[in-house]
Design a protein around this ligand. Structure first.
Ligand code: COA
Length: 352
């Protein structure tokens, strides 16, 4: 039998640099309520959101992903020629073919590297961080650029009371690579397809095309087909989160070998400020542990929310590079992924 070579593996990996991009246009609750049957006060009280960013002008998912990636590379100080893989965690890239990562790699002057999209809803960054760390540990790449980027507004129905007030656009990225001490724990992840319909597109691509074809040449009075939009049964997701996420957080601590007293920062996905406060309380984290609250002015940016929130905390000094943080992403699938990590240094090139 022939002997097939294996990669030289390594154990210790960490996030070496972070970068983010926040779209120019700030959209207030007041503006959202111009078309949504809601009030600015209700939105803030029930979700924690005051403002969100929406892309405008030349901004696209590709451009904001590349902008965040560029900042992460510069802030990490790693020569981009050493980056072997780009992972684009997103659920809002608009074509299945081609996927986004190769185009973003090209924009970043890294044409030719391994590049793939990873779709796991709002859990996408956590999934991506696990995959990035394991690629490096297995020796498949020395450095990985992980970008979480979303333009949630492309699938947003501005009149839908379940989603319109929550979601925003944005991108965050980290360079992951080898380090002297380990800075990324094993990933705790899972999914619940039984409850997948709690967050879903209202029609799939085939149904949409069939509807569009059926309408061709029909009576012009027939109401035109609307957009394909995201729907969420918020209270159902909330109930799932209340049961599933505390267990995931406890397991993340257990597998990391770090006790809750050692956690200095908590950065959960920015889905709802009330869920995040509840998780902190249930886990028994000390009152003075800073909890990410980027949702207030950035909204829920799905796979981009954790790196955006991490960057905001590092830039404002709420958290410091080298601190031990607990991360947890969760959402469509329904799925979740979390880790205990060492925070990367505060960025020299911030997003605001
Ligand atoms: N504006 C004003 N009122 C609204 C509203 C809106 N956008 N949406 C619902 N309401 C009203 C309802 O009609 C209901 O009124 P009633 O009590 O008179 O019947 C009341 O507010 C409560 O409705 P409910 O649907 O139970 O709201 P909620 O408190 O659960 O908040 C979410 C809705 C979406 C903010 C919340 O469920 C949530 O954040 N869920 C989790 C989302 C999540 O984690 N997603 C995963 C990642 S994306």
């Amino acid at each position: 039998m022939v002997s097939i070579a294996v990669n030289k593996s390594r154990e210790n990996v960490a996030m070496l640099g972070i970068g983010a991009y926040r779209p120019q246009r700030l959209v207030s609750n007041e503006e959202v309520c111009e078309v949504l049957d809601s009030t600015p006060e209700w939105i803030f009280e029930r979700t924690g959101v005051r403002n969100r960013r929406w892309i405008s002008g030349d901004e696209t998912l590709q451009s904001i992903a590349a902008a965040a990636g560029e900042r992460a590379i510069v802030n990490s100080g790693i020569d981009r020629s050493k980056i072997g893989t780009l992972i684009l965690a997103t659920s809002s890239w608009l074509t299945l073919t081609p996927h986004g990562a190769p185009k973003v790699a090209h924009d970043l002057g890294m044409n030719g590297i391994a590049a793939f999209d990873l779709t796991s809803g709002c859990g996408g960054f956590g999934y991506g961080l696990g995959v990035a760390a394991d690629l490096i540990r297995a020796g498949s790449s020395e450095y990985v650029l992980l970008i979480g980027a979303e333009t949630m507004t492309v699938g947003l129905d501005p009149t839908d009371r379940g989603t319109a007030m929550i979601f925003g656009d944005g991108a965050g990225a980290v360079v992951v690579g080898p380090s002297a001490d380990n800075g990324i724990s094993p990933t705790v992840w899972g999914s619940d397809g039984k409850n997948a319909s709690a967050i879903e597109q209202d029609v799939d691509f085939l149904e949409y095309m069939q509807k569009a074809q059926t309408m061709q040449g029909t009576d012009p009075a027939v109401e035109p087909i609307g957009r394909m939009s995201l729907r969420m049964e918020g209270p159902r997701v909330f109930r799932w989160a209340a049961v599933t996420l505390p267990r995931a957080l406890s397991t993340a601590l257990e597998v990391s070998g770090v006790c809750k007293e050692d956690i200095e920062v908590f950065i959960p996905h920015q889905a709802n400020a009330r869920i995040n406060d509840l998780m902190k309380k249930n886990l028994g984290l000390a009152d003075d542990i800073p909890v990410a609250n980027d949702i207030e002015n950035t909204g829920n940016t799905s796979a981009a929310s954790i790196p955006l929130a991490m960057e905001e905390m590092l830039v404002t000094g709420k958290a410091k590079g080298g601190q031990t943080a607990l991360l947890l992403g969760f959402g469509a699938g329904l799925s979740y992924a979390g880790q205990v990590v060492t925070l990367p240094p505060a960025p020299d090139e911030p997003s605001f």
